[in-house]
Structure formats: C-alpha cells, structure tokens
Design a protein around this ligand. Structure first.
Ligand SMILES: O=P(O)(O)O[C@@H]1[C@@H](O)[C@H](OP(=O)(O)O)[C@@H](OP(=O)(O)O)[C@@H](O)[C@H]1OP(=O)(O)O
Ligand SMILES: Nc1ncnc2c1ncn2[C@@H]1O[C@H](COP(=O)(O)OP(=O)(O)O)[C@@H](O)[C@H]1O
Ligand SMILES: [Mg+2]
Length: 339
C-alpha cells in the first residue's frame, strides 16, 4: 500500500506546512497557493511537491502566477525552511540536468565503482548518421533506452527501446538516449529522507542481447514495468541471474554525495546492478517520491524536520519564532554531448 502521507502530497499536488506557531507539539496544515501566503503563515517549515506547478508554469500563466507568489513569499521569509528548495527540485524535472549530475558520480564516487550509463542529449530532430557518430563519441551501444527530456508528468514515463541504427528514426526529441544495461530485471529504489535512506526492490526491464539486432522499437510506459504491482512481459526474464543486492556502504556513499550535490532532503534514486560488471548503476533521480514500502517515512520526516529546526535555532537563536525562508541549493554543471 502507498504511504498515506506521501499519497496526500501526490493527490493534492499542493504545499503542506509544519507550523509550531507557539502551540504545544508540531501541527501541520495545507497551504492554499491561490490565496495570499502571508495571511496563512507564519511557517517554520514548508514541505511541498510543486512539480506540476513548476512544469506547467512554462506554458500556463495561472501556474506561473502561483509559482511567482510562492517564490516571493519564500524570498521574503528566509527563515522558513523549504523542503526542498525550488531550484534544486527544478533541475530534477529536466533529464538533461539530472543526467549531468548522474554523469559526475563516477568521478566523485570512484572508490565505490558507482556509475551511470553513457547517454546523449537529443535537443532537436537530427539525422541518423549524426546520432550514430555522437553515439560512438559518447560510448553508447545498442540497445538504447529513449526517455523524454521532461522528467515529470504522465508523458514523461513513455519511453522506447531502440535496437539498431535503422530505428533511430523513432527518436522523438527533446529526449535522452541512454545505453541499456542488463540488470536481471531488478530495480533498487533508494528512498531518502534527510540523513536516512531505505532500499526497496521493484520489478524492472528484462535483459536484452547486447549489440544491434534486427528488432522493432519497443514502446512502453515505465509505470507498467517498475511499480510494485507491475507485471509486464517486458519484466519477465526466464534466465534471470541471481545478483547480489547493492552494497549498503556504496548506497550510503551515493546518498551522502547526492544530498550534497542536489541540496535536497526528500528524493529517490533508481539503481540497477549490471549483470556483467556488478557495477552499481544510477538511472534516475526523483523528487519527493512515493516512499511505498517505507513504513518509517512519516517518523523519519518528522525527525528530519526537528533536526533542521534545531540546527537553525542553534545557528541563530534570535531568528527562532520569526520564520523567514531558508533554502539550500545544489548547482551542478558538467560538459556533456548533445545534438
Ligand atoms: O517513475 P518512478 O521512478 O517510479 O518514480 C515516480 C515518479 O517520481 C513520479 O513522479 P512523476 O514522474 O509523476 O513526476 C511520482 O509520482 P507523483 O508525482 O504522483 O508523486 C512517484 O511517486 C514516483 O514513484 P516511486 O515512489 O515509485 O519512486
Ligand atoms: N539505462 C537503463 N538500462 C536498463 N534499464 C533501464 C535503464 N534506464 C531505465 N531503465 C528501466 O526503465 C525504467 C524507467 O526508467 P527511469 O529512468 O527510472 O524513468 P521514470 O522517470 O519513468 O521512472 C526503470 O525503472 C528501469 O526498469
Ligand atoms: Mg524511475
């Protein structure tokens, strides 16, 4: 069953607050983003999942206005803690940005042999020869998995598996092409809440023969393969090798590094283990995921909120009781190939 608290966020797509306001014990309440925020505050902490609003703000003036009002409030109240900061979250809504972060992990986590598959950004329609050349330069190999640039919303889970150069015409930019890594159809979801994390196994895509082959592109929706209840023909692998789970030390190092890189406390990382190299391979980073299968989620969130507030009080006791907004940001940058 889905975590109820997370489901509350997912359904509402709106902000929720944790607000002590002089009352005994923590209280929380919904924020109505369409109403003036000052009248609804003050807030010690705002926990939110504004992905819909952020994505829609690009083309919808009402969402743009909601976001602007929210940002203005946050800027004017620097001691109100925002979980998580908007710029940090925004970068994860764009696979071009999140893959650059993932791509840097093999350097920062070299000792743990953690990596992400080679990929290519496709910005606009490109001819097959140009894509093929870029694939060689970037070390991509067939099969490829093709994912939309936008990482949030129903369309973002529509993907394809491309098996040969002849099928590169199926690519729909803007998107990323990523080498498919055989991993025995097991996905490890790492759910992070502050300095705690939890690993949950999920079904995943089955192995495919390495190298190009004469097979038509497979179009699929990732929610049909990697949700707890998923049971697709794409996840059923008769000769599934039994792989060891990811080392807990390596996962802890990954989470620690990403918390710093992202400047976030509530996120999820999708990890697979290569059947050939046993390398821990990062394929996706999610904003405020569902925490399904993590019964400790709510208590961990409260613990994290308390520790953030304690640190804030210790750092500036005079600010306690007069919430203004606090944000941490990650600003990763890296060279990458794109078309
Ligand atoms: O697609 P995934 O990796 O299974 O993770 C999803 C995903 O983050 C999804 O967000 P979005 O792609 O719709 O933006 C989350 O849904 P909500 O936006 O409805 O919260 C899911 O919660 C994530 O699922 P999971 O908890 O399985 O990681
Ligand atoms: N490079 C890859 N190699 C093998 N399988 C992959 C790869 N990338 C994604 N997958 C599979 O596709 C699913 C969806 O990909 P993901 O990047 O997590 O997108 P989403 O945002 O829809 O969760 C994963 O759960 C996994 O089963
Ligand atoms: Mg995923």
């Amino acid at each position: 069953m889905k975590n109820k608290f997370a489901q509350f966020f997912i359904k509402s797509k709106f902000a929720v607050t944790y607000c002590s306001c002089g009352l005994p014990g923590p209280t929380h309440r919904m924020i109505d983003l369409s109403q003036p925020l000052v009248a609804q505050g003050p807030f010690d902490v705002i926990v939110h999942k504004l992905s819909d609003v952020i994505v829609e703000a690009d083309r919808d003036s009402q969402s743009q206005q909601l976001l602007t009002n929210f940002q203005s409030y946050v800027s004017a109240h620097p001691s109100t803690v925002l979980l998580d900061p908007l710029p940090a979250m925004t970068q994860l809504l764009d696979r071009f940005a999140s893959y650059r972060i993932m791509n840097k992990l093999h350097n920062s986590l070299r000792d743990w042999r953690i990596c992400s598959p080679p990929y290519l950004e496709i910005h606009h329609a490109s001819d097959i020869l140009t894509i093929q050349q870029a694939m060689v330069t970037q070390g991509l190999s067939f099969p490829l998995i093709c994912k939309t640039r936008v990482a949030h919303g129903s369309q973002s889970h529509e993907m394809s598996l491309i098996f040969s150069a002849g099928s590169l015409a199926d690519v729909r930019p803007p998107c990323v092409l990523q080498s498919f890594v055989n991993h025995g159809a097991v996905l490890h979801k790492v759910f992070v809440v502050g300095d705690r994390h939890f690993c949950v196994e999920r079904p995943s895509l089955k192995n495919f023969p390495s190298g190009p082959c004469d097979r038509k592109t497979i179009f699929f929706n990732s929610h049909e393969v990697s949700k707890p209840e998923s049971s697709s023909h794409l996840t059923l692998d008769e000769q599934m090798p039994c792989l060891p789970p990811p080392s807990s030390e390596a996962v802890a190092a990954l989470v620690k590094e990403l918390r710093v890189q992202l400047g976030m406390a509530l996120f999820g990382v999708d990890v697979i283990i290569s059947i050939h190299t046993h390398t821990l391979t990062v394929i996706d980073i999610n904003i405020f995921p569902g925490y399904e299968g993590v019964p400790q989620f709510f208590s961990s969130l409260l613990c994290h909120i308390e520790s953030v507030l304690d640190k804030q009080t210790a750092a500036s006791p005079q600010a306690a009781g007069s919430p203004e907004s606090t944000q941490a940001t990650g600003s990763p940058s890296a060279q990458t190939a794109s078309l």
